[in-house]
Design a protein around this ligand. Structure first.
Ligand SMILES: [Zn+2]
Length: 331
């Protein structure tokens, strides 16, 4: 039987116990307080008997992100009651609907650029995030990945989405935008969470300013594919972190590829990783195709590589291309 690390939970439970005791002192007639006190005491007893965090049915550890959200849990996901399962399913359906409303248009042609992305949660909800919108005369784009999996990371994803959307209205330079987003994210998320991302702004003249915060290196496709190294740390680690950006000029047909590790760290049955090299090899020959076709090509190659073995991580692929002068006028 595996034992769960109980130190933090022990303190948290004692704290809850104290709050409940004060609540009971004020309102001794409230039976809900008594019921919760019994549950907290039972959890403390499970710490004593070294069974805390283990499922009461199968004795396997309860999923860590669920236990972090509710330290009183006593069943793993497989052993919830029918009613608990139904309630959980309803919550997940709602979370999934909320999350899908946060996504931008899948395809955008504006300011002399064309962009297209694919966003696919591994389960009902995703910890990846993606944004794309007109900003001033140009475009703002973002692809990122919040630590962890499941509902907890999807909530952080929604939070980060709201932080960026709010800050974008201030029209800050990219560097300041990321520094302020980092401060807000640090102040409003649990200490152990962080997010990696790439974001940037592109102008009608072909200039791009990029910030790569601890994220998988984007690929710049010209004659060949070139990975671009991170310019800073992930968000959520240090409140006062400084962020650098880099500037590039993209000519007609130049393409920028952003993705999350759900793509490059996908493994086939043989345990082999998809990898950034394979992504470069896949995209270099079709680097002048429209972004939508390139996204399709990546997904087809990934499916062929996985050959039926299921995806285990959230997946995002985002492609941005500068349009040729001849069609720029119409976009
Ligand atoms: Zn179980």
């Amino acid at each position: 039987m595996n034992e769960v690390q109980t130190g933090d939970f022990h303190l948290q439970l004692l704290d809850r116990r104290q709050k409940l005791e004060s609540a009971r002192a004020m309102r001794p007639d409230v039976s809900e307080v008594t019921r919760l006190l019994r549950e907290v005491d039972a959890a403390l007893e499970r710490i004593e008997t070294r069974t805390y965090g283990l499922c009461a049915v199968c004795h396997d550890p309860i999923e860590p992100d669920r236990l972090a959200a509710d330290p009183l849990l006593t069943f793993c996901l497989d052993h919830l009651s029918a009613e608990q399962k139904r309630a959980l399913q309803e919550d997940l359906d709602l979370a999934s609907r909320i999350q899908s409303t946060l996504l931008p248009e899948r395809h955008l042609r504006a300011a002399g650029w064309e962009a297209c992305y694919h966003y696919e949660p591994a389960g009902p909800v995703s910890g990846d995030f993606c944004d794309l919108l007109r900003s001033g005369a140009g475009l703002f784009f973002l692809t990122g990945d919040v630590s962890g999996k499941g509902v907890a990371s999807s909530l952080l994803m929604s939070q980060l989405h709201a932080i960026f959307r709010t800050l974008l209205s201030l029209q800050l330079p990219v560097r300041q935008l990321v520094e302020r987003a980092n401060r807000l994210f640090c102040a409003s998320s649990p200490p152990s969470s962080y997010a990696t991302l790439v974001c940037g702004e592109c102008s009608p003249a072909g200039d791009v300013e990029l910030c790569i915060a601890g994220h998988c290196p984007p690929l710049l496709l010209r004659d060949q594919a070139r990975p671009i190294d991170p310019t800073g740390l992930p968000l959520g680690l240090f409140c006062e972190a400084r962020y650098d950006t880099l500037r590039l000029h993209m000519d007609a047909g130049d393409t920028l590829v952003l993705y999350t590790d759900g793509l490059t760290e996908a493994r086939n049955r043989a345990g082999e990783e998809y990898g950034a090299e394979r992504l470069s090899r896949t995209l270099t020959p079709c680097r002048h195709s429209p972004p939508g076709d390139m996204v399709g090509k990546v997904l087809a190659e990934l499916a062929a590589f996985l050959a039926g073995s299921g995806k285990t991580d959230d997946l995002t692929v985002f492609i941005l291309q500068r349009l040729p002068a001849a069609v720029r006028g119409s976009a």
